[in-house]
Ligand binder design. Structure first.
Ligand code: FE2
Length: 196
């Protein structure tokens, strides 16, 4: 039985970039819906007591398990997304991750532009990610529910670019939403924690 993890902050914490209206619907309807679907799909199967990570890894790329993969991966992605954000976040990080950004992208400003451009250019629904790949930082995008860790990339931060993440607050202005998240909401403490 999978539980919906609590939001790590109040639903007003990310306003005005992400309003409490968007956050409460996104968490309480979309995220909850994915978790509820996983619980329905695993009931009475071998996956009933599996961890979410294990379900995702074992169902990825299996055509007869698409529905379980999609709902499990979306459950995981949304928990990761909430933790990737915080009020008064964003901007240039400090410490080891700042050095790794300079090594991989040349400067924070180059990183910011590449993360934005890659995330905004995801065609249709999906996710933009900062990942660790073979010891170096990279920015990548995935479609729909896809997760980087099935391709041996370790996620550090993510931005949801499904329309439900931004349409109430920014309508069709996906770039305005993505840039505001990068500049004001990214949780660099969470990224540093994921570096290990
Ligand atoms: Fe979402």
């Amino acid at each position: 039985m999978l539980n919906l993890p609590p939001l790590p902050y109040a639903d007003t914490a990310l306003a005005p970039v992400i309003s409490s209206n968007t956050l409460s619907l996104h968490y309480g309807k979309h995220h909850k819906g994915y978790v509820d679907n996983v619980n329905k799909l695993v009931k009475g199967t071998d996956y009933e007591s599996s961890t979410l990570d294990r379900i995702i890894i074992e169902t990825a790329g299996k055509p007869d398990k698409t529905s379980l993969f999609n709902n499990a991966a979306q459950s995981w992605n949304h928990s990761f997304y909430w933790n990737s954000l915080k009020g008064n976040g964003g901007g240039k990080p400090n410490g080891k991750i700042a050095q790794m950004i300079d090594a991989a992208f040349g400067s924070y400003d180059n990183f910011r532009k590449e993360f934005s451009a890659t995330t905004v250019s995801q065609f249709g629904s999906g996710w933009g990610w900062l990942v660790l790949d073979g010891g170096a930082l990279k920015v990548v995008k995935t479609g729909n529910a896809e997760v980087p860790f099935t391709k041996r990339q370790k996620p550090l931060l993510t931005i949801d670019v499904w329309e439900h993440a931004y349409y109430l607050d920014h309508q069709n202005q996906r770039a305005a939403y993505v840039d505001a998240v990068i500049n004001k909401l990214l949780n660099w403490d969470f990224a540093a924690q994921n570096l290990g």
